[in-house]
Ligand binder design. Structure first.
Ligand SMILES: Cc1cc2nc3c(=O)[nH]c(=O)nc-3n(C[C@H](O)[C@H](O)[C@H](O)COP(=O)(O)OP(=O)(O)OC[C@H]3O[C@@H](n4cnc5c(N)ncnc54)[C@H](O)[C@@H]3O)c2cc1C
Length: 116
């Protein structure tokens, strides 16, 4: 199976990225594990929902996992477009910021892949 872009997870970030690339002419494969998030304590804990699983972005590979374009320092064709690009929790609900960044990553990918 060939795809120009493989998006893992179709939540706020991945879904926005897919929508933004839909008209690009690129072939896109979305891998979604599904189901709805179960109502387990860990999934409804504010610390888990808003504050964990963050990567640092920055220009220095020694200090960060992803560069300012959300591309991995280690793997040239790996980007993050979900909440993990935020190094810490925002002062307000994060979803719109996550979606805005996913749109930014979509533009970066369009440019890099020579898409419309
Ligand atoms: C109960 C609750 C209430 C919230 N309320 C608000 C709110 O009011 N306002 C707000 O801004 N934010 C809210 N949030 C936070 C918001 O939902 C998240 O910050 C946002 O969804 C994160 O976006 P994301 O793209 O990083 O991840 P998600 O939206 O969680 O998307 C991740 C996707 O990846 C999929 N996935 C995971 N692992 C794999 C895998 N191995 N393979 C394939 N797919 C996989 C998941 O199924 C999911 O679809 C809430 C969160 C919860 C849990």
């Amino acid at each position: 199976m060939d795809a120009d872009v493989i998006i893992i997870g179709s939540g706020a970030g991945g879904g926005t990225l897919a929508r933004a690339l839909a008209s690009s002419g690129l072939s896109i494969l979305i891998l979604e594990r599904g189901d709805y998030l179960p109502r387990e304590p860990a999934n409804w804990d504010a610390e888990t929902v808003f504050n964990t699983n963050r990567y640092h972005t920055g220009v220095d590979p020694q200090q960060s996992v992803f560069d300012p374009t959300c591309r991995s320092h280690e793997f040239d064709n790996l980007y993050v477009a979900d909440a993990s690009f935020m190094p810490s929790i925002s002062a307000v609900n994060p979803s719109l910021t996550i979606m805005a960044n996913a749109l930014r990553v979509a533009e970066i990918l369009r440019h890099r892949l020579g898409a419309a």
